[in-house]
Design a protein around this ligand. Structure first.
Ligand code: NCD
Length: 309
């Protein structure tokens, strides 16, 4: 039986396949409760602190909604400048303070490795809600949950990850999480924004086929799932380099005419210009359903790390 109680959630590659299945099954159960309007008291008496030092809409709000739906309570720092971080307090000191106020901590921070550093400063569970250009493991779990719901089986799928694969933490985590399954990857990005070699090597070592491409239309002809991402403006030192690359790939309804039948289009959101609005009424456009799936998946994670499920 996998043991997630008191564990931190720091990386997508920390989970065994059994643990992933436990999370998916519990999320499914909670989704049923949400649909039926059943109230839950799994996290009664518990306090979640969301500590967000980078902008967020979906991740923070879905974590908070998840905690409230489980009968728990929430305290929140929604921007670094409203916390003592802006006075120069170290992350470690902030965490040592917050652990006295909350039972579980969700952290988003601009630095790679920040969540790990926070986890080392406290015995309370820390969930990584994005550490710079590092990872975003809870997003990858809701992405997997979405793929399972949209496509049923994950094994056998060709999954295309497109956009800023260098700086995008969602695609780093999703690639590593899907390495637990029999998938084939196509990576579509400008040459300057390709998937880090370390991740590609890990996938190939796991026996996963990975092909690089620069052509979105070609990749779509072979894809069961297309996962688009935003060019990560905030990670660029040179604004002119961002301007050069920002519109590298724009998915429009026209692309779908030549795509593999039934292709599911995903995006962690926010989108800037990568998916035209004419895509939104395509039946396989799953990105808003994907955002909604954040609630049951994060409910499952909160309950499991808190030892309440
Ligand atoms: C992503 C993130 O913050 O990494 N958003 C999210 O959590 N859904 C994607 C992005 O900002 O491009």
């Amino acid at each position: 039986m996998p043991q997630l109680a008191s564990k931190d959630v720091l990386r997508a590659d920390q989970f065994s396949k059994d643990e992933i299945e436990v999370i998916m099954n519990l999320a499914h159960e909670y989704e049923g409760a949400l649909t039926d309007g059943r109230t839950l008291n799994v996290m009664e008496g518990q306090v979640l602190c969301t500590l967000f030092y980078e902008p967020s809409t979906r991740t923070r709000l879905s974590f908070e909604a998840a905690m409230l739906r489980l009968g728990g309570q929430v305290i929140s720092v929604a921007e670094a400048k409203s916390s003592s971080a802006s006075k120069g307090e170290s992350l470690c000191d902030t965490i040592k303070t917050v652990e006295a106020y909350a039972d579980v901590i969700v952290l988003r921070h601009p630095q790679i490795g920040a969540a790990k550093e926070a986890a080392e400063a406290t015995s309370k569970p820390v969930l990584n809600a994005g550490d710079g250009a590092g990872q975003h493991p809870t997003q990858s779990l809701l992405d997997l949950y979405t793929i399972q719901k949209e496509k049923e089986a994950v094994d056998g799928l060709t999954v295309t990850l497109a956009g800023d694969l260098k700086n995008g933490r969602t695609v780093h985590s999703l690639a590593l999480l899907l390495a637990n399954y029999d998938v084939r990857f196509l990576f579509v990005s400008p040459g300057a924004l390709s998937m880090p070699a370390k991740i590609v090597d890990r996938l190939r070592e796991a026996g996963i086929s990975v092909k690089m491409a620069e052509d979105l239309a070609g990749a779509l002809r072979e894809s069961d799932v297309l996962y688009m991402t935003r060019i990560q403006k905030e990670r660029f030192d040179d604004p002119s380099e961002y301007d050069r690359l920002k519109d590298s790939f724009i998915l429009t309804r026209k692309h779908i005419e030549d795509a593999r039948n039934g292709v599911v289009v995903m995006h962690p959101l926010p989108r800037v210009n990568e998916i035209a609005e004419d895509m939104d009424d395509y039946s396989g456009a799953a990105y808003f359903r994907q955002a909604a799936n954040g609630v049951p998946v994060r409910m499952a994670l909160l309950a499991l790390v808190s030892g309440r499920a």
